[in-house]
Ligand binder design. Structure first.
Ligand SMILES: C[S@@+](CC[C@H](N)C(=O)[O-])C[C@H]1O[C@@H](n2cnc3c(N)ncnc32)[C@H](O)[C@@H]1O
Ligand code: SF4
Ligand code: SF4
Length: 480
């Protein structure tokens, strides 16, 4: 049955400065880790931090996972949060909200300059307000297009005129040379528009498209409880997957950068595995969120607070035993508990309106007992290349890379990836950066007494693969 898409239907009451879900401090004491048990692994710091600059917003999306709509907070407080995140040198930082574009461009540029010394910075914005003059040190804009037409987009965000304004903003950012990622939210109202949304994103010259399946939280959960069909049904989800796969094949300009952005159970649709569009969110492993009060959570939708910035550092909070409330997997129910994919998939989205003060397996698999053993052998993660060309290459370091050496793990941060390097790889990338070495043959010679030529050349291939190095046109004979 076609869904009612109209402005006339009354929305559930959601007042400004009101929160359906209060945050809860986490005092979890793990029973102790057992030898041979399964635990979610992590590095000394998370790889991605979402800074929720504000809960103020100029749109009123009926699905929004945020707990409230608030007024723009005190800028000095936001400054302190951003400084604290910058000091921890987190590889990837998203400036998110609420709506970041409600802050002055100068302020956002100040944050980008501060963070970009060690982090790759993304702004996630609804595109209603255009940010003119954003620093080119910004790695990416994330902008959602929620419908293939104004009716659907504006029904979902309850903001008349926003569809054309957002498309214009995207055109402007693309013209200015920014990468712009399209991040629609998949709901029961737009599941059959995924192909057309991706076509629009391709026409606009967007860099990639990652679909966020609706997760039941915050303001969204008030509306879904009030009769709005925000959670896509199984059949709707499968239609969306079919459209996403077809669009990924048809719009080759994305270079395969089409898929899901939020965690979805791997077993929900086998094609997600066979087509390589599975997504996990990195809760407990690599992801964290900080709200405008500085409260550190493992996910934007989780209300469990593990510490407060800037009183504590991210690295101190991230390594607290209380995070075992997620990492010891004691919260996992069947069918995930006995699933061989558990450590990889970790049960889809772990937080929703029913468990935002704890963790739970995804709403779509709760209560199921589907065996997924046959899927295990089909899961393939992107592997590092094993090849290099017959000729030496010249290259230059990509302008977005940074090296973070202050933690036990040594991180190479590229525009969209975090790569862990061993000590020899650190020396080689330092030679490229500090000695301005842009020639593979010279790099081979420089390390000849310690590293096999084969390994130096593989290193160069892999650095090109992760976009740490940009390949130049010239290649010349190994013998020359
Ligand atoms: C909370 S918004 C903040 C940034 C900005 N206001 C925007 O809408 O892009 C961050 C991202 O989460 C997505 N989002 C919001 N509520 C969601 C929900 N309940 N489930 C999945 N994604 C959601 C939004 O579409 C947006 O891409
Ligand atoms: S999803 Fe973004 S634009 Fe929509 S209400 Fe939430 S914060 Fe605002
Ligand atoms: S861990 Fe759970 S959600 Fe993930 S594939 Fe296994 S059964 Fe499905």
């Amino acid at each position: 049955m076609k869904k009612v898409v109209t402005f006339d239907r009354p929305l559930s009451r959601v007042r400004a400065d009101w929160s359906p879900v209060a945050t809860v401090p986490c005092n979890y004491r793990s029973a102790g880790r057992s030898e041979g048990g399964k635990y979610v692994g992590h590095d000394t710091i998370p790889h991605l931090c979402h800074i929720e600059l504000t809960y103020a917003c100029n749109e009123r999306c009926i699905f929004c996972y945020n707990p409230e709509h608030a007024k723009l907070g005190d800028i000095a407080t936001i400054d302190r949060l951003v400084r604290a995140v910058a000091e921890s040198q987190i590889p990837h930082v998203y400036l998110i909200g609420g709506e970041p574009s409600l802050l002055p461009v100068e302020k956002l540029n100040e944050y980008i300059e501060l963070l970009a010394k060690h982090s790759s910075v993304t702004i996630v914005t609804n595109g209603l307000k255009r940010l003119v003059g954003i620093s080119d040190r910004l790695a990416c804009f994330g902008v959602p297009i929620h419908g293939a037409n104004a009716t659907t987009h504006e029904f979902l965000n309850q903001t008349r005129g926003s569809f054309e304004k957002t498309l214009d903003t995207v055109r402007y950012y693309v013209r200015e040379g920014h990468d712009v990622r399209c991040i629609p939210v998949l709901t029961g109202y737009n599941y059959d528009q995924m192909y057309d949304i991706i076509r629009i994103a391709a026409d606009l010259g967007m860099e990639s498209i990652f679909v966020d399946r609706y997760e039941d939280g915050g303001v969204g959960s008030v509306h879904s409880a009030g009769g709005y069909d925000l959670k896509p049904t199984g059949d709707q989800f499968r239609i969306a997957v079919e459209q996403i796969i077809r669009a990924k094949q048809d719009f080759a300009g994305f270079g395969g950068r089409v898929g899901f952005g939020t965690a979805i159970p791997y077993c929900l649709d086998e094609r997600m595995i066979t087509e390589g569009i599975t997504a996990n969110c990195g809760v407990g492993t690599s992801f964290c969120a900080v709200n405008p009060k500085g409260e550190f959570r493992m996910c934007n939708q989780s209300q469990l607070v593990f510490g407060i910035l800037p009183q504590e550092t991210i690295e101190d909070i991230w390594n607290k035993p209380s995070l075992d409330i997620f990492r010891d997997l004691s919260w996992v129910d069947e069918p995930c508990r006995s699933c061989e994919l558990l450590l990889d998939c970790t049960g889809g989205c772990k937080v929703d309106a029913n468990c935002s003060d704890k963790f739970c397996i995804d709403y779509a698999v709760r209560g199921l007992s589907k065996p997924v053993a046959e899927l295990v052998k089909k899961v393939e993660h992107r592997k590092l290349t094993e090849v290099y060309p017959g000729r030496y290459r010249t290259f230059r370091p990509n302008r977005y890379i940074k090296l973070t050496l202050r933690y036990p793990e040594k991180f190479l941060v590229t525009r969209y990836q975090t790569v862990k390097l061993d000590s020899m790889a650190v020396e080689m990338i330092q030679a490229v950066l500090d000695e301005a070495m842009t020639n593979e043959r010279i790099l081979v010679e420089r390390f000849a007494d310690r590293v096999e030529e084969h390994d130096v050349r593989l290193f160069v291939s892999r650095m090109i693969q992760v976009k740490a190095l940009d390949l130049k046109e010239e290649v010349y004979d190994v013998a020359s």
